[in-house]
Design a protein. Structure first.
Length: 130
């Protein structure tokens, strides 16, 4: 089973920077702004690894757009945060079978989405801030 230390090493090997670490919660916040990764939460919770990339606040009329885009994601999905205010990209992985390729595929999934839909996403996020 992958440990918190294993996950940290994998994240660094993938070229992500650890922005914040909370060892007692086995949680790190990572980024790689060139790839669109900012404030991504990587959290070891028991037997699973939770990865959440905040996307931003959007108007409710765009929820359907994100649900449709879920079909395009090879890994992970869009969801609302626990307060139903922020759209997040979320993926859960099993720690007992976690390997570098699986973690990299998750990162690549959100990176690919951001590259393909970045312009449209920026317009949606800008409207959500108004």
């Amino acid at each position: 089973m992958a440990t918190f230390q294993d996950v940290k090493r994998m994240v660094l090997d993938l070229g992500l920077s650890i922005k914040q670490e909370i060892p007692e919660e086995e949680l790190i916040v990572v980024e790689d702004e060139e790839r669109g990764i900012k404030n991504m939460i990587v959290d070891c919770e028991g037997e699973i690894l939770i990865i959440e990339q905040p996307i931003g606040k959007v108007k409710e009329k765009y929820y359907g757009w994100f649900l449709e885009k879920n079909r395009e994601l090879p890994f992970g999905a869009f969801a609302l945060d626990s307060e139903n205010k922020i759209i997040v990209f979320r993926q859960t992985l099993r720690l007992d079978t976690l390997d570098m390729e699986e973690l990299e595929s998750t990162i690549n999934s959100i990176e690919m989405f951001l590259a393909e839909h970045g312009d449209e996403l920026l317009k949606i996020l800008k409207e959500g801030c108004e």
